[in-house]
Design a protein around this ligand. Structure first.
Ligand code: F6R
Length: 361
């Protein structure tokens, strides 16, 4: 069942290029978007995205996309807060629920709260027969296949892929993206499986770095823009399976508190493709290095060349179009957690205290 892999998590990490290609084939046809009918964003004035855990980080990445590419205002909330805050919802808005299992109790309750208050309830689930998929007006499967490892991996990148396609659809519907620009984004997305295969080849280097990470008490992850949710995802994955305390922060928040934690024993993992925000993140990284923090820079060739000097370690990913970067950078985040857990000898597929599907609140 593990197809020769030691753990389901390793198998599911490795499967990502294939399942992402499946999802792209399902939702792109003849070079055009083939999303379900009814997914028409023309008169939507606001999107509320709700989820738990890793799925909520997918929503946070999607907020950057919906707002920047489609000009559609978004709010993201975790389901356990959303459901009891009982926020006012406009009947011109849509609510979008993201869940691998489709059975998460808080997310389902949040969906039931939004039903009837918004113009449309949309869900992005891995299990198409799940309660959340069944109770939404429109359900988009992510086609990741069965995910057994408790720590979510391929479901996260498939969620991101489907959310990216939805953001492109929203941009096209709202007149923010003409035909050629949309086609260029779709052509970029077609390169994602190949880029992910490249990223998977970092496993050996990551296993090596993980041996030292396994000694740490605390680890910080930093990122800016759509890399901020990726920093939180990297930290969550690491704490779930290696039991090392980790936090993800927006790079710009560093000097507002967490920098007090930095010393030579705290590894700081900086996720920073060489994009428009790169210089800003590098200056935050240098503040860490000035306090003898051990920096692991994850970037592309241009980024590592520009800023890798003085880092404790660097990992070089292939250069990727901005839309793809958050999906691609999930792979080193997952591999870092996996190999750190292996170095610590923890139970990767069945971490203590965790359940795959949280059907009670
Ligand atoms: C993290 C993880 C959890 C889930 C969360 C939501 O690796 O697996 O944080 O993402 O419990 O689960 P779903 O997506 O099934 O609603």
């Amino acid at each position: 069942e593990k197809a020769g892999y030691k753990h389901f998590m390793a198998k599911e990490i490795a499967e990502q290029p294939v399942v992402i290609a499946d999802a792209l084939r399902h939702y792109i046809s003849g070079g055009a978007l083939a999303l379900p009918e009814g997914l028409d964003f023309t008169s939507v004035d606001r999107l509320t995205l709700v989820a738990c855990g890793t799925a909520s980080y997918a929503c946070l990445v999607a907020k950057y996309w919906f707002e920047q590419i489609a000009g559609l205002p978004c709010e993201v909330d975790i389901a356990s807060e959303f459901r009891y805050r009982e926020p006012p919802l406009s009947d011109r808005s849509w609510a979008l629920f993201v869940s691998q299992s489709g059975e998460t109790a808080d997310t389902l309750a949040a969906l039931r709260y939004a039903s009837g208050k918004v113009a449309k309830v949309v869900s992005v689930c891995n299990v198409p027969t799940s309660s959340i998929a069944r109770e939404s007006d429109l359900a988009l499967p992510i086609l990741a296949g069965v995910e057994v490892g408790v720590a979510s991996t391929k479901a996260f990148t498939c969620q991101l892929t489907v959310l990216a396609l939805m953001a492109l659809k929203a941009a096209a519907d709202r007149g923010r993206l003409d035909g050629p620009a949309l086609a260029a984004h779709l052509a970029d997305l077609a390169t994602l499986p190949g880029l992910m295969n490249h990223a998977l080849r970092l496993a050996g280097d990551i296993a090596h770095i993980a041996e030292e990470l396994a000694e740490a008490q605390d680890i910080l992850f930093l990122g800016r823009g759509p890399m901020f949710p990726l920093a939180m995802e990297g930290a969550l994955k690491l704490k779930e399976i290696s039991y090392i305390h980790a936090e993800g922060y927006a790079s710009g928040e560093l000097k507002h508190g967490p920098i007090a934690l930095i010393d030579a024993r705290v590894p700081v993992i900086v996720m920073a493709p060489k994009d428009t925000l790169f210089e800003k993140t590098v200056s935050n990284m240098q503040e860490v290095m000035a306090r003898h923090g051990k920096v692991l820079l994850i970037s592309d060739m241009a980024g590592v060349q520009a800023a890798g000097m003085g880092c404790w370690q660097t990992l070089t990913l292939p250069a990727a179009p901005a839309l793809l970067a958050p999906i691609l950078y999930a792979i080193p985040a997952q591999l870092l957690a996996y190999h750190t857990a292996i170095a610590k000898g923890t139970d990767v597929d069945q971490p203590r205290n965790l359940a795959k599907s949280v059907t009670v609140e």
